[in-house]
Write a protein that binds this ligand. Structure first.
Ligand code: TTP
Ligand code: MG
Length: 352
């Protein structure tokens, strides 16, 4: 039997690679892309950094203060989410151009359903994809190939940076055995903690656990995890919508003095966005807000949700939380609400 294969791609040090693209002079220097403004950089966290900075032990999600302690003279760059989203859209459009069902998993990850193409042809395709992304967009990436989205992601992670990894069906179970449960797509810290209470820390522990207990504790996700640990990946590549984002912007009647001046407009924009999504039969997994300040500078904040949703409440409350961070520093003149990672609504709840 020939198994269907999935190609999983994850861009290397993505935000930092985007910065090197427009500032080639930074390549030889250790630099960090962070969430805060330069003036308050030590209060924020590292979103990502280039490999020069990784040599000093700096990594994503580390407080910038700690990174400064490791390498006091790194170059600090404020995150420019709008630019990274544009680069991401170019990468995704190129990937979709190969004609396979393509799922946009995050801003820098995608999965392609290659069908029964065979390992040889899949590897050739991976080489071509890597070369075209390098030649046309100028960025490095890593690709994993296996019989399911989860396995392809795991072998992709393990082949970083700038690699191609292939995990064949016969090798999956022994390969996963010693790995942490958090390597599985959809297993975050909370699920990992619940599994730890059952003395399950490695994927091999899931494979030898009682499947009924896993279902009892984790519902249908428990069953899915059990099958995954046994080498059966039923997750499908869900084709992402060709509409990449839906958003609305508006200038405030007067410059904001605080959140109370923004709330009403954010609610109106959220309603309009939700209505447009409904009209197009879409639901979303990402929310982004934009603030334009009185001095005409702009900032954007994004958040990826755990599940697809079409809830106006979720859209509005997420937009409010993100906007609070942006409205803290300066007076806001114009606001925007945008949804991204869109998909055709199916009526089913998604785990991934
Ligand atoms: P990742 O793919 O996890 O990281 P990366 O692309 O920087 O590095 P790698 O080569 O290991 O893939 O995340 C993609 C982008 O998402 C990353 O460039 C910055 C952003 N990000 C955050 O903003 N916060 C985080 O905690 C993480 C992990 C990523
Ligand atoms: Mg990446």
């Amino acid at each position: 039997m020939i198994l269907g294969l999935v190609l999983f791609i994850d861009m290397d040090y993505f935000f930092a690679a985007c910065e090197e693209l427009r500032h080639p002079e930074l390549k030889s220097k250790a630099f960090v892309v962070g969430t805060s403004t330069i003036a308050k950089k030590e209060r924020g966290v590292v979103q990502t950094c280039n490999y020069e900075a990784r040599k000093f032990g700096i990594h994503s999600a580390m407080p910038t203060a700690q990174a400064l302690w490791l390498k006091p003279d790194f170059v600090y760059l404020e995150s420019d989410d709008e630019y990274y989203s544009l680069v991401s859209e170019r990468v995704m459009a190129l990937l979709k151009g190969y004609g396979f069902a393509t799922e946009i998993v995050s801003i820098d990850e995608a999965a392609l359903d290659l069908g029964e193409i065979g390992y040889g042809a899949a590897e050739e395709l991976a080489k071509r994809v890597k070369k075209e992304i390098k030649d046309r967009i100028g960025l490095p990436c890593t690709i994993g190939i296996s019989t399911g989205k989860n396995y392809a992601k795991i072998i992709c992670d393990d082949s970083k940076p700038n690699g191609i990894g292939i995990l064949k069906e016969g090798d999956i179970v022994p390969y996963l055995k010693g790995k942490s449960v958090e390597k599985m797509l959809g297993v975050g810290r909370k699920t990992a903690e619940r599994l730890a209470l059952m003395h399950i820390e490695k994927i091999g522990d899931i494979a030898s656990a009682d499947p009924n207990m896993l279902v009892e504790k984790l519902g249908s996700f428990g069953r899915e995890l059990y099958l995954l640990a046994k080498g059966i990946d039923n997750s499908r590549v869900v084709e992402s919508s060709s509409v990449l984002s839906v958003g609305r912007e508006r200038t405030l009647e007067r410059e904001s003095k605080g959140m109370q001046d923004i709330e009403k407009t954010l609610m109106e924009l959220s309603k309009e966005v939700a209505k447009e999504l409904e009209r197009q039969g879409l639901w979303f997994k990402g929310v982004s807000v934009k603030a334009r300040y009185s001095d005409f500078t702009e900032r954007i904040k994004n958040r990826k949700l755990n599940n697809y949703t079409d809830s106006l409440d979720t859209l509005y409350s997420t937009a409010m939380q993100l906007m609070k961070e942006l409205a803290e520093e300066k007076h806001v003149r114009k606001v925007g609400v945008r949804t991204y990672i869109l998909e055709k609504r199916t009526g089913q709840r998604k785990i991934f």
